[in-house]
Design a protein around this ligand. Sequence first.
Ligand SMILES: *[C@@H]1O[C@H](CO)[C@@H](O)[C@H](O)[C@H]1NC(C)=O
Ligand SMILES: *[C@@H]1O[C@H](CO)[C@@H](O)[C@H](O)[C@H]1NC(C)=O
Ligand SMILES: [Zn+2]
Length: 554
Amino acid sequence: MSDIDSILYVILVVSGIFMPYSVNGSPSRDSYTVTHPKYDYSEEKIFQKDRNLDEKNSGLVSLIDQEITLRESSQDDDYDRGFSLFGLVETMLSVVANGLSTVVSSIVGTEKKNLRSNVNKINYRNYQLIRVFPNTEDNVADLRDLRDAEPEDIKFWSFPNLNRTSDIIVAPDLVADVKSYLRDKKMDFKVLISDIQKAISYQNPKMTKEQREDLVTTQGHSMTWKRYHRYGDIVRYLEYLAFRYPNMLELITIGHSYEGQPIKMAKVSTGLNKDGERKPAIWIDAGMHGREWIGSAVVTYILSQLVERNSTYSKLLDNSDWMILPVVNPDGYEYSHISDRFWRKTRSNHVESQEDSRYTPSNLLQFVTHYTRWFWTKCEGVDPNRNFAYHWGEEKEGRASSDPCHETYSGPFAFSEPETKAMADYILANKQHIRMYLTLHSYSQMWLLPWSHTRTKPSDYSDMINVAKKAINAIAKVHGTHYQLGPVTDLMYPISGSSDDWAKGVAGIKYAYTVELRDRGTYGFLLPATQIVPTAREIWAGIRAIARLVTCNT
Ligand SMILES: *[C@@H]1O[C@H](CO)[C@@H](O)[C@H](O)[C@H]1NC(C)=O
Ligand SMILES: *[C@@H]1O[C@H](CO)[C@@H](O)[C@H](O)[C@H]1NC(C)=O
Ligand SMILES: [Zn+2]
């Protein structure tokens, strides 16, 4: 017991050191936000940053080691074995010391901007993707505890549920520990990817400058569906289409991201219908989560079909308008290209609300982890798909978080993010025309229906499911790909503040769906670029199959 008291004492001391930092708000927000990132790729910079990162990580890794040891030994009812209080204190003190140098340099004013806005390229060499299959309630509880503790170097790609697979990324130093932990707990697991960095390189082969120039010369833009593109390429392609097809495509900047990038939406319309009225529209967005590249590739493919092959789709275009937003979250998307391949959230920094009043760590280790991560400036960003103003912030079993450091942080308030706000404002202003709301995510091959925040079904659920069934049947006809169909709450877990719930609940769009694209976890977020076209073809077939149904007069 006295050990625990001393830990608490250390925590208090440590938080005492932390607090002035947060209260004074010394990490000046302005100095960071005004800099639109002009990413610098010079070898030297990246090398430098990798080195810094390694130094940082070594401290964290030992901290996490402690966590796992603690967890295992407390299970054995032998609290002391393998757990060194001294080690933990030492680690925390080194973290504090390193952190202090950050504070000092920020007060002195040197390096501050570099620290925040330069780009660390995270290397995932020898990180593994491990698929776990919890088949008892105890297994599920153990995994959820592990997830909630949020160790820096173990990341859950999917939430642990009974008799469903859960995919976890594990850092090289922890692979052996995690495996023996899973064996101890008698949980089935298998390694899906044994070297994540290799899979990252394999996913998206580089395009040379010559290749790019050739493409621009021959087709007027550098867009292809043989690789994943940076946001700049996507925007240039949209601009190309708007220039080349002014009679059917209007490019609208609906707002700007936190870092100042324009959020561009393509509105495709061949004019008014024969009664002289605006046609009913279908909304499709993608790229809400940075790392889910396949979604943006699929919607740009759909756009290219609708516009560049407009004669093939003349009947479809006679009956409907399309609003296509390829990248909802350009900051997160770019960040996942240049820094952390698995970045999910926006890139905002709610420094003044880092102490979200709703957030209370449920145990000591969560507390330590939270402050450690916060100190390493790893608590940037909000999950856009938890940030919409419909049942926002109702935390259902931890699937939307009030912890700014968490992957599913719902933000300090609804629509705190300029990205979600811009999208919602545009949709509200056009809601009487929009008949279907589609948002593309990945991965797991699911066609999901509201509600997401409650297990109760909407009153028109049977209409919604009948339409969705037609879509997944049409998808299956193309390449035999099977999409599961159902509410998020059944297939995954309840979440609050999601965009589909908001589209239905607030904007009143009857047909609102979230589509989780390929695959089912072989590659996960690292779906090879060779699968872009097959994925896009089948999804486009699914959407076309229902476009008529949802746009005919109701
Ligand atoms: C989960 O799977 C295990 C074994 O695979 C089985 O015994 C158990 O009944 C399943 N539980 C549920 C709720 O499906
Ligand atoms: C449809 O596509 C053709 C060929 O690309 C193009 O010439 C035509 O202008 C397009 N139609 C509209 C309304 O832009
Ligand atoms: Zn997503």
